[in-house]
Design a protein around this ligand. Structure first.
Ligand SMILES: *[C@@H]1O[C@H](CO)[C@@H](O)[C@H](O)[C@H]1NC(C)=O
Ligand SMILES: *[C@@H]1O[C@H](CO)[C@@H](O)[C@H](O)[C@H]1NC(C)=O
Ligand SMILES: *[C@@H]1O[C@H](CO)[C@@H](O)[C@H](O)[C@H]1NC(C)=O
Ligand SMILES: *[C@@H]1O[C@H](CO)[C@@H](O)[C@H](O)[C@H]1NC(C)=O
Length: 368
C-alpha cells in the first residue's frame, strides 16, 4: 500500500516541469473592432494612419509589423479570449498579468477595463490565474486633479472586485499587484494610495524603480529595454529585492514611427533568438517569469500566434513546461475559433463548439 502511494507520488512529480519557474504573460486588453467601437476600428489597430479595412500584401493594414493569426480582433470578444487563453493553457503558462487602466473615465480606459473584466471571466473558464499591472501613468495622461484620491479609489476597486477572486495570484500570502512605473505617483504618495488595502498587496514596480514607491514595495519586475541584455544581466546579478520577477520577450519592433504615434523607438530584432536568450536568462535567475508581451502589436513584442511566426514562441514555452498538449492542440484551438465565427448565428453549432473548446482546454486538468 505504502509503496503504491510512493509510486503514485513519483508518477505525479514526473508530470511536473523539470524546473520550477511559474510562467505568466503580460496581456493588453485594448483592441476594438468596428463592431465593438461604434463603427470605427480601435486606435490600437490604427494608430494615427492605418486602416484594417485595406488589404495590403494580403493582410489587413494594422499598426504593426505582425498580424494576428485570427485577424484584427476585439479584446472583449469571449471567442477571442478563449482562443488566447486556450493557447496559454496548452503552452503551460500559469496565467496573465493584465494591463489595467484603473477606474478613471478618460479616453478608452473604461472600454479597456470592461475588456479586462471579460478577460478575467475567461481566466476562470480556462483555469488560469491573473494579477493586475496598474497603469499609474494614466493618472497623468488623463490629467486627474487628485491623483491620490483616484489612486485610492482604484485600489479599493481592485480589493473589492478582483482580489476576492479565487484565481487572483497570491505571492507571499497577499495578492500580487504590479505597477507599470511609478510614473505618476511617487514615494510617500504610494503609502497613501495603498492605505485602503487590507491585507496590503505584494506590491512590485518596474525594475530599478522600487525605491521610488514608498514603504510597501516588495519587489520589481524586469522589462524590455534598449540595451537588450546589458541592464538585465546586472539586475539579475545584483538587484536585491524580495520579489523578483524576470522577463522574456521576442524583441522590440515598434510601429510608432510608421503609425505616427509617440513612443519608444529603439529596436531589438524580433524572433526566436531574442526570445530564447531572454527566456534562458529568466529561467536561470527567477522563479516567476513575465513574458512581455502576449499581444502588444504596436511595440512588436507579441508571442500570441501571428501569421508571420505562428506558434514558434509558444512551442518553446510548451517544451519547457512539459505541457502534455502538443502543437496539434494549438491548431485545434484555432480551428474551433474560426468555426465559431462561421457559425456565429447557429446556436446549436455554437454550443457544440464551446463544449469542444471546453473539453480541449480541460482535458489534462485532473492529472496536474
Ligand atoms: C457613435 O457614433 C454616432 C454617430 O457618429 C455618435 O452620434 C455617437 O455619439 C457615438 N457614440 C459613442 C458611444 O461614441
Ligand atoms: C539583501 O537584502 C536583505 C534585506 O535588506 C539583506 O539582509 C541581505 O544581506 C541583502 N543581500 C545582499 C546580497 O546584499
Ligand atoms: C535556445 O538556447 C539554448 C541555450 O543557449 C540552445 O541550446 C537552444 O538550441 C536554443 N533554442 C533555440 C530554439 O534557438
Ligand atoms: C544559464 O545557466 C547555464 C548554467 O549555469 C549557463 O550555462 C547558461 O549560459 C545560462 N544561460 C544564459 C542565457 O544566461
Amino acid at each position: 500500500m505504502r509503496s503504491l502511494i510512493f509510486l503514485s507520488f513519483l508518477l505525479l512529480f514526473q508530470t511536473l516541469p523539470l524546473h520550477g519557474a511559474e510562467i505568466y504573460v503580460h496581456m493588453m486588453p485594448w483592441f476594438e473592432t468596428k463592431e465593438t467601437n461604434n463603427g470605427t476600428w480601435g486606435q490600437h489597430w490604427t494608430m494615427a494612419n492605418r486602416n484594417p479595412d485595406n488589404i495590403v500584401d494580403g493582410v489587413p493594414e494594422i499598426a504593426s509589423f505582425y498580424h494576428p493569426e485570427i485577424g484584427p480582433y476585439a479584446s472583449g470578444d469571449p471567442d477571442v479570449i478563449d482562443w488566447q487563453l486556450g493557447h496559454m493553457k496548452a503552452a503551460g503558462i500559469s496565467g496573465i498579468f493584465l494591463d489595467w487602466p484603473g477606474t478613471t473615465d478618460a479616453y478608452d480606459y473604461a472600454k479597456n477595463k470592461e475588456n479586462a473584466e471579460a478577460i478575467i471571466e475567461g481566466t476562470k473558464r480556462a483555469g488560469l490565474k491573473f494579477a493586475v499591472v496598474y497603469e499609474d501613468n494614466n493618472l497623468n495622461l488623463a490629467a486627474v486633479p487628485d491623483k491620490i484620491a483616484q489612486g485610492q479609489a482604484d485600489m479599493e476597486y481592485l480589493q473589492s472586485n478582483y482580489f476576492t477572486e479565487d484565481n487572483y495570484l497570491k505571492v507571499k500570502d497577499a495578492p500580487l499587484l504590479l505597477d507599470f512605473g511609478p510614473q505618476a505617483l511617487h514615494d510617500a504618495e504610494w503609502d497613501e494610495v495603498l492605505e485602503p488595502l487590507d491585507p496590503k498587496a505584494t506590491f512590485v514596480t518596474l525594475w530599478n524603480q522600487g525605491q521610488q514607491a514608498g514603504n510597501y514595495v516588495q519587489g520589481e519586475f524586469a522589462w524590455v529595454w534598449a540595451d537588450f541584455v546589458d541592464t538585465l544581466i546586472v539586475w539579475y546579478a545584483n538587484r536585491n529585492v524580495s520579489v523578483k520577477i524576470g522577463v522574456a520577450y521576442p524583441g522590440f519592433h515598434p510601429f510608432y514611427g510608421e503609425g505616427g504615434w509617440p513612443g519608444p523607438m529603439f529596436y531589438i530584432e524580433y524572433g526566436v533568438p531574442a526570445f530564447n536568450t531572454t527566456w534562458q536568462m529568466a529561467l536561470n535567475n527567477t522563479d516567476i517569469i513575465q513574458i512581455c508581451t502576449w499581444n502588444d502589436y504596436g511595440e512588436g513584442t507579441i508571442i500570441e500566434p501571428t501569421l508571420e511566426y505562428g506558434t514558434q514562441f509558444l512551442d518553446i514555452i510548451q517544451e519547457y513546461t512539459g505541457s502534455k498538449y502538443t502543437s496539434d492542440d494549438f491548431r485545434k484551438l484555432t480551428d474551433i475559433y474560426f468555426m465559431k465565427k462561421k457559425y456565429a448565428d447557429d446556436p446549436v453549432m455554437l454550443k457544440l463548439l464551446r463544449d469542444k473548446h471546453h473539453a480541449l482546454v480541460h482535458k489534462f486538468d485532473e492529472l496536474t
